[in-house]
Design a protein around this ligand. Structure first.
Ligand SMILES: [Zn+2]
Length: 435
């Protein structure tokens, strides 16, 4: 057994501060003790130092927080980030589908998967729910690269039998390929599987039914798709599925709405949809940078809270404009305020860590740095830029955290640890465990 300890300022928010006033856990001078990658003790250094005096201890400068959990991101779109001039449906046709066609080449998928996971690590993100492409080997490429980095990644082949030429599968191939991928990958290392229909418009009724069957047959995999992102998309869904009373109801009729369902966006939700989301236990991955970039709108935090809808945070790269969950938290604040809701910085940290982990059903493993959890964490640098240093000098914890969210990005991640091992070191510009 390898035991080591980390000393520094530690902050985590395991519960939603909206529900629990004691949700914030903070040690100004803390100690985190890790056995073989698992947290075994955490507390004030003064309280624990005696018990762990002989454990090799690394002093970390900065704010130690749980590794970020990105609840919605597309790895094949990382090189399409910042593509100009179109809302969702046009943007998919013009920029995204051509880029995803290139993933027919396994070597291309391998190259992008490696760069993608490294970029997550550079941004302090240690777990993610990821869209690959329709190609089964795009899942293999991602999972192999994640296994090598020991990251907690959930993904699943995209189902899209109504997709454009070269990107369309069939209900039958969707079923057989998904079944094979679940057998090959689900539960291996830290990997998990998600049945992943792209969205309602890119699958036939037959294929949506197939997705529901897959979900029913595999009670521990997730369902990952998009919901009510853009007004033109919502109109097209309403025009095709005339028997459904609202967008979520389309998925519901095919058995795709339940506690294991993660829906990205949910910008345009009816009250019926919110009621059904809350009673089913399904969650929304809120993606503010993407919603701003594609002109989709602002997620309604007030409405979600009023109905008790579970939420987390996602970047949604490549419609999202950043891999940084810090920056995404800052944009969530701005999007929420646009609808009159002042998002608390501790709640934003919760959504970016334990909240997203709960959506992904991995909150028992990551997101809180609690004893028994895996030691995935990021070290935030409040002096990453001269202006950030000025703004945070002498500031309270809440002020520093908020400044990091509004002004911070990958520059503010000085280190990222996976299972207690440094996996990104900004000062050395190195990925030590991967070298
Ligand atoms: Zn997306």
């Amino acid at each position: 057994m390898t035991r080591k300890a980390f000393r520094g300022e530690i902050l985590s928010v395991v519960h939603d501060p909206r529900d629990r006033p004691d949700a914030v856990r903070h040690e100004a001078d803390g100690l985190l003790v890790v056995d073989d990658g698992i947290v075994v003790a955490r507390g004030a250094y003064a309280d624990l130092a005696g018990d762990y005096a002989h454990v090799p201890t690394e002093a970390l400068t900065g704010l130690i927080v749980p590794g970020f959990v990105d609840a919605h991101i597309h790895y094949p779109q990382m090189d399409s980030i910042a593509s100009h001039g179109a809302q969702l449906l046009d943007w998919l046709e013009r920029h995204i589908f051509p880029a995803e066609l290139a993933f027919a080449d396994r070597a291309h998928a391998d190259t992008v998967a490696a760069a993608f996971l490294d970029e997550l690590l550079r941004n302090g993100t240690t777990s993610a729910l990821v869209f690959p492409t329709v190609h089964a080997h795009s899942v293999d490429a991602l999972f192999e690269a994640a296994l090598a980095r020991r990251m907690r990644i959930t993904s699943g082949k995209v189902l899209m039998d109504l997709g454009p030429e070269g990107l369309a599968d069939t209900p039958l191939s969707a079923r057989t390929e998904t079944e094979a991928l679940i057998r090959r990958w689900h539960g291996r290392g830290r990997l998990g599987y998600a049945v992943t229909p792209r969205f309602a418009l890119t699958s036939s009724d037959d294929q949506l039914r197939t997705a529901g069957g897959l979900l029913a047959a595999h009670p521990d995999v997730l369902l990952h798709t998009h919901l009510a992102e853009n007004v033109l998309e919502c109109a097209a869904v309403a025009a095709r599925f005339t028997e459904s009373s609202h967008y979520l109801d389309v998925y519901d009729r095919f058995g795709l709405v339940g506690p294991r369902s993660v829906f990205a966006h949910g910008v345009h939700l009816s009250t019926h949809a919110c009621t059904r989301l809350a009673e089913s236990g399904a969650g929304i991955a809120v993606c503010p940078s993407s919603n701003l970039f594609l002109g989709s709108g602002f997620f309604d935090f007030g409405q979600a809270d009023a109905y008790g809808v579970r939420i987390g945070l996602g970047t949604d790269v490549g419609a999202g404009t950043t891999f940084s969950m810090l920056h995404t938290a800052g944009l969530a604040y701005q999007a929420a305020l646009g609808r009159g809701y002042p998002l608390d910085p501790f709640r934003a940290l919760f959504l970016a860590t334990a909240g997203s982990a709960a959506l992904l059903h991995i909150a028992d493993r990551v997101g809180g740095l609690e004893p028994g959890q895996e030691a995935d964490f990021a070290v935030l640098d409040c002096a990453a830029t001269p202006l950030l240093a000025r703004r945070t000098a002498g500031a309270s914890l809440a002020e520093r955290l908020f400044a990091l969210q509004i002004m911070g990005d990958d520059r503010a991640i000085s280190r990222t640890y996976i299972l207690g091992q440094c996996a990104w070191d900004k000062a050395a510009a190195a990925f030590p465990t991967c070298d």
